[in-house]
Every structure is written in C-alpha cells, then in structure tokens.
Design a protein around this ligand. Structure first.
Ligand SMILES: *Cc1c(COP(=O)(O)O)cnc(C)c1O
Length: 254
C-alpha cells in the first residue's frame, strides 16, 4: 500500500514530469489537467489526494463511481462544516469523470454524479444521455471515444465516424460535445501509443478548426501512467492517471 507520504511524493513527482513534458512541447503546465483515476485507490487514499488539493477524479465503472462519490461526499460535507469560513487547501467540491465504457442502462444513475463522460461511442448512448438530461433539465458534457489504434477488442468509434456522430449530437439540446478521448494500444512500449495519439490529435484539431462544433470543443483526453508524456507531446490537455499515483510501490510484489 502506498503510504500518505509516498502518495504526496508521487503527486509532486507526477506534476513535475507533466510540467517538464509540457515545456518540452512549448505549452504551459497549467494547460494540462490531470484526472486522478481512483479505481486502484483505497478510500483513505482518495481522501488524501483531495487533501493535497486535487479536484478531478475518475472511475471506469458505474458502481465504484457511485460508492466512491458517496463516501467522499460525506467526508467533504463534514469538512465543509468544520472549516466553514476558514482557509483550507482542500477543495470544497470535486469533479468526477466517467472514463470507462458506459452501458445505456447505467446512464440514469451516472448523470447526477459526473462532470464529464469520456466514453460516448454510439448514437444510441448519446440519445439515452439526451433523454435523461432533458428529464433532469440539465446539460451533460461528453467526449467522443476514438479507437484510433484499430484494435478490435477496444471500445470507441473509428476516426472517420467521429465528426458524423458529433454533428448528430449537435442537434441534441442537452448533450454538449467537449472533445475527444482515446487510449493507446495495449503494449509494453509507451512509444507504441504515439501514432494513436497523433492521429487522434489530428482529428481533434481538424474538428476544432472547422468551427462546426463550437468554441467549447476544446478537450483532448489522452495519456495514462505509462504514456502521458507522449500524450502531452501530441497535444493532450487532459490526462487520466491511476497507477503512477496509487499503484503498488515500484519493486513490490503483485
Ligand atoms: C484505468 C484507466 C486509466 C488509468 O490507467 P493507469 O495506467 O492506471 O494510469 C485511464 N483511462 C481509463 C479509461 C482507465 O480505465
């Protein structure tokens, strides 16, 4: 288990590496945001990362998302009560991201919990989100998941299908497309993710520069613990990091 001090060190080290990669590619560190993916984290580690000031958290399964969001919200509401009016490094609220595959029958419980859904990859899923968002009278922000590596076992749209789905979603009043998300191919070699990231970034830039999807089409979610530096070099502005924060300490047995 990663201790509190180790988590703090890992968080510092991660932020340094992100800043260095951003600088190498001529960008500002502040333009690259990170989601702490909590699927490997214990409840106390989730509290600790929030205590360090981190606000964006991600889960890939709806059930875990529900449990963790509820547990953390109890902690945060206690904290808000105890510190009301006083200065604290800890945020009053967090933003949860749904980063994993979302089944249509899980849309309803997911919507009240999340800031952004990263994994929209079909018209039917988008329509389901529109239906529940309209009922709740709110807007839901989404990313379209791109399968740019062509691996058949992976979720996501073929790149050519992405602008087409985005256009269809533009007609839905309560669903807002904020950008694209992708994952590198399964591999031991982080460099093997580069072509996937480059291809997705190219598509993202084409769509953004077309102006067809509005000024808020500006999020490119790619890069995980093993390949985030490459993702930043390719233009990512939202990273999804789990293992590098919460995984087993290097050298520990599995
Ligand atoms: C688990 C997960 C991550 C984080 O991966 P790490 O290798 O632990 O950094 C990112 N994105 C998605 C979709 C995930 O499921």
């Amino acid at each position: 288990m990663v201790t509190r001090n180790q988590l703090k060190d890992r968080y510092t080290r991660l932020n340094e590496r992100i800043a260095a990669a951003a600088e190498r590619s001529g960008r500002r560190a502040a333009d690259v945001m990170t989601i702490a993916v909590t699927k490997l984290a214990s409840p106390s580690q989730i509290r600790q990362i929030v205590e360090l000031g981190h606000q964006d958290l991600g889960e890939s399964r709806v059930q875990q998302l529900q449990q963790r969001a509820a547990t953390l919200e109890e902690f945060l509401s206690r904290h808000r009560m105890l510190t009301s009016g006083r200065q604290s490094t800890m945020p009053d609220q967090v933003r949860w991201h749904m980063i994993g595959h979302l089944q249509r029958n899980k849309v309803k419980p997911t919507l009240p919990l999340v800031k952004l859904i990263h994994s929209v990859d079909s018209l039917r899923l988008a329509e389901e989100i529109q239906t529940h968002a309209a009922r709740a009278d709110r807007d839901v922000e989404v990313l379209l998941q791109v399968n740019a590596s062509g691996e058949s076992q992976k979720f996501g749209l073929a790149p050519a299908a992405v602008p087409y789905l985005a256009e269809q979603i533009m007609t839905m009043l309560h669903v807002k497309v904020r950008g694209l998300m992708t994952m590198g191919p399964l591999s031991d070699d982080p460099e093997s993710a580069r072509p996937t990231f480059e291809r997705t970034a190219e598509l993202f830039n084409e769509m953004r520069n077309s102006g067809d999807f509005g000024r808020d089409f500006n999020i490119l979610s790619m890069g995980m613990s093993e390949d985030f530096e490459i993702a930043i070099e390719c233009g990512a502005n939202l990273l999804r990091i789990g293992k590098a924060l919460f995984g087993e300490p290097v050298g520990a047995s599995q």
